[in-house]
Design a protein around this ligand. Structure first.
Ligand SMILES: [Zn+2]
Length: 200
């Protein structure tokens, strides 16, 4: 029995007759349209099956899934649009605890591959932003923040890359910290809610 090109689960024979190379869950995922935010995009909603894929890659360190996730990102039309507008690509540094646990830094791999495939420069976030993100995780406030990045003329168009957007805090912090950059962002997963009651 052949396997799904993405998650490697066996594909039933009726799907193969339909010429589908992905299992049902993966096919549904690939059909998702993505989300446009005020100053960036998210490619897939961070729930159900997709959330499992991310966690399996990040926490269980499934090295087979990582290249699949990277491909999924690189093939997405929103990715091509966003990368075309930027000069520099920068991964959002992973949280202190994430690095302590030695999980896979998905943002880093996506940024590296985007820079390579589309011929852009990759820069790492200035040292120090790591600690500020760590402090955030100690706070109890988990509200979504307005995604208004600072507008700066004559600055370097920079694309910030993260695995998932939740409150938008780490993206905003990095965008404010990079004083010579005009930032936009791209995340694989979207867990950001624009519900009014979550905004201040
Ligand atoms: Zn699959």
């Amino acid at each position: 029995m052949p396997n799904c090109l993405f998650c490697h689960a066996p594909i039933s024979s009726d799907l193969i007759q339909l010429n589908l190379r992905f299992c049902i869950s993966c096919s549904m995922l690939l059909d998702e349209p993505g989300v446009r935010h005020a100053c960036g995009v998210s490619l897939f909603s961070y729930q159900g099956y997709f959330r499992e894929l991310i966690l399996k890659t990040k926490v269980a360190k499934d090295h087979q899934l990582l290249p699949a996730l990277v491909d999924l990102c690189l093939e997405h039309p929103y990715t091509k649009e966003e990368v075309a507008r930027c000069e520099v690509i920068m991964p959002v540094p992973s949280s202190f605890w994430g690095r302590m646990r030695g999980g896979i830094d998905i943002a880093y791999f996506i940024a590296r591959e985007c820079a390579y495939q589309f011929g852009k420069r990759m820069r790492l976030a200035p040292f120090g932003s790591h600690w500020r993100i760590f402090k955030r995780s100690m706070q109890t406030q988990r509200q979504a923040m307005r995604l208004n990045f600072p507008r700066r003329r004559d600055s370097i168009p920079t694309l910030l890359i993260d695995d998932v957007i939740t409150t938008g805090f780490s993206l905003l912090q990095l965008a404010y910290k990079l004083e010579n950059s005009q930032c936009r962002f791209l995340t694989l997963g979207n867990a950001y809610s624009t519900r009014e009651d979550q905004l201040d």
